[in-house]
Design a protein. Sequence first.
Length: 291
Amino acid sequence: MKFDDIRNICVVGAGNMGHQIALQAAICGFSVKCFDVNVETLKKADDFVNSYLPGRVEKGRLSEDQARQARINIQFVDSLRVAAGDADFVIEAATEILSLKRKIFADLDQIASAHCILATNSSAIVSSKIADATQRQDKVVNMHFFNPALVMKLVEVVKGPHVSDETADLTMQLSKVMQKVPVLLKKEVDGFLLNRIFAAISKEAMWLLEMGVADVEDIDNACVFGAGHPMGPFRLNDLTGIDLSYIMRMEKFRDTGNAADLPNPRLVEHYMKGEFGEKTGKGWYDYSTKN
Ligand code: NAD
């Protein structure tokens, strides 16, 4: 496939990441269909697009024509068959559970055209754990966006051993055309580049908290005002979702059986209480009051 053949993009999952990846692709001129199993999520995503685009026009970031075209370019649909039937490139951004992703990829393999590339936005699952659920392993690749996907520039493209040069090249090119800065990982590694670096920081931050050395806010402040990070590890965790961190650690533990991979007890406490961070109004910080 040549890059110009990529016109229709399907995004699977309209949650935190999916709806923003879909909208970014629509703004960049692709015809996008975004599918989710949850109709309320689809409605919320559609409402977000309706409020986001006029805001961009007001701020002078998009012309009225660009915003109108982006709105035409994106559709939220409740059928995977409709979403992926005419897709040239699929970006899967569904819940971070390996068995779920394998099922989605097996279904996509049946539905999508033979030339279509199937990318996963997974934060931690390497595509070789998913590719063999399909008959097109050379076209299954990691394409990892960062949160919020409309804002963050980085995309990690991971060239697993099964991924063809063509697939890796096209995924890099698509990232650029979507106004992102892609980096290529020449090998698969758990957590990819940035999350490995952040995992080390986050593990240390949790240890400092656990040991009673400092409070959440002061640990975050050390990172912000000492290291120039835009936000500290606890604030970032509230943004990306404590539920996602919990699921990722549990997946890793299931993989390795190593107790050191279990989520931190304080994180488990928040997870069990349904305190997932910003999206639930409480996590490491309380968002019902200003802080
Ligand atoms: P989310 O919970 O906000 O959204 C996941 C969506 O997937 C939900 O709307 C859910 O209804 C939908 N879903 C579940 N099963 C589905 C199916 N069979 N078909 C279609 N949709 C289905 O989660 P998220 O934070 O958007 O994460 C999605 C993916 O993106 C995960 O793989 C995660 O690792 C990755 N990711 C997340 C972040 C982050 O900061 N949140 C960053 C980068 C990558």
